[in-house]
Design a protein around this ligand. Sequence first.
Ligand code: FE2
Ligand code: FE2
Length: 361
Amino acid sequence: MAQTESDPEELLELSSETRAILEEHSLRPLWEVEDEMGTALDDPEPGVWKWDDIREAIDHIEEDVPIADLPPGFQRRVAVPINTAHAISNSIYVGIQTVSPGETAPSHRHGANALRFSIDGHEDMKTVVAGEEFPMQDNDLITTPQWEWHDHVNDSDETAAWLDVLDLPLVLDSMNARNVFENHELERQPVTKTPGYWDSQYGNGRPEGGAGDGSIPGPFEGIREPTPPYRFGWDEMLEALRQRADNDEPDPHDGYSLSYVNPATGSPPLFPTMTFRAQLLQEGPTDPHFHNATEVYFVIEGEGATHVGDEALEWSQWDVFIVPPDEIHHHEPDDEAILLGMSDRPVLEAFNFYAEAEPSS
Ligand SMILES: [Fe+2]
Ligand SMILES: [Fe+2]
């Protein structure tokens, strides 16, 4: 019998003696290993988390558990959309956090990068970062970068809710590395700066010679310019989006979009691991495309659907949804809509792994 007619499985059959030696020394042949690569973590599924459901859940959590009763550690009262093992994706984590009137989420710092995107904000709801109190008004984005002390203080008479976004699953799950962490000795860090201090360092007017020394904070090492504490006020972002819509052509896949820049470099991505866009979509479908980066979206305003593969994810204001890697997708708002787009694309780009294409029709 010619060899080409042999069963390929049979050709790969190892003798029991070889198999025993491999097992004894914790070795395996590549052709078996490569089939299993990429299957250790759950694949994220396309999905949408509706605000009404999130709200119901966080209202109940808020009734049951004061922040002060939470076990020491993160001490944050958060509802976390679950899609993979512990988060909405294997790279980006989002959670919806609430702080009741008079409560404080105690001060801590960690290796993971984080930001807050205010959903239901108030000028007396403050995120304190690196000595400055940043007010959290609707749709403001406030960075709480790597190794900066941060606590959240609600001096208003309303419950504040916001979106937390971190690169935790990338560090903890995908890389199985440690999130270096420390609690502050005080519940609230001392406020040592006047309001607007960090904007005076990294805004449009800067100290001569530049702000900061560009070194990576704390015990960390790397090559990226660290992201400073910063508040991106929504009014300016919205005005810039409107200017784009009035003057520019939209991106065929993402509408009129503005990237949040790392204020230290003046360029995106905001963090080495995650990039963020405010996207204004006008009525009608965008062009489909796919890419190996994960996209997570928060609906700032408007309604519509995002088509992911065969699924239509219907969304409206304050919903959260995910477009997993390599899924063909396009957006279709009913009328004008504004999304916060979040992506792990910088991680792939840093190592020349990012790939994007349009489907062949
Ligand atoms: Fe934190
Ligand atoms: Fe996309």
